[in-house]
Design a protein around this ligand. Structure first.
Ligand SMILES: [Zn+2]
Length: 135
């Protein structure tokens, strides 16, 4: 399996790792293929993602995907962060091996869960997630 330098860089030195005790919202998603579990914590200030942290248990690609995803959504509005797709994650990583695409999907799903958790807590209707086919 070939990994880009960007994937390796974010795997060996992931950005924004850790938990956030005073997070405004948390998103958590899991992937059955790799057994990856991703958790993203966000702090929102005036509709902008002010701080973001992640904890990922899983394969190297899942760690690299969450690391780059947190970099991509930091400083973005909730709308901008919501529109970040797994393709943007793959592009930012200079590609992922085909069998690891699901790790980028997991990053997108986890961001969506965090944003919807924030919306729910603040009395807004949840945005519709294209990945959700149950409930
Ligand atoms: Zn994985």
């Amino acid at each position: 399996m070939e990994y880009s330098d960007k994937v390796l860089e974010h795997f060996y030195a992931p950005r924004n790792v850790g938990t956030m005790p005073d997070a405004d919202a948390i998103g958590e998603a899991g992937d059955a293929n790799c057994g990856d579990i991703m958790k993203i914590y966000i702090k929102v200030k005036e509709n902008v993602i002010d701080k973001v942290k992640f904890m990922t248990f899983g394969c190297g690609s899942a760690i690299a995907s969450s690391s780059i995803a947190t970099e991509l959504i930091k400083g973005k509005t909730l709308e901008e962060a919501w529109s970040l797709t797994n393709k943007s994650v793959i592009e930012a990583l200079d590609g992922l091996p085909a069998e690891k695409i699901h790790c980028s999907v997991l990053a997108e799903q986890t961001i969506h869960k965090a944003i919807n958790n924030y919306r729910e807590k603040n009395g807004f209707e949840k945005w519709k997630d294209k990945w959700e086919n149950d409930n």
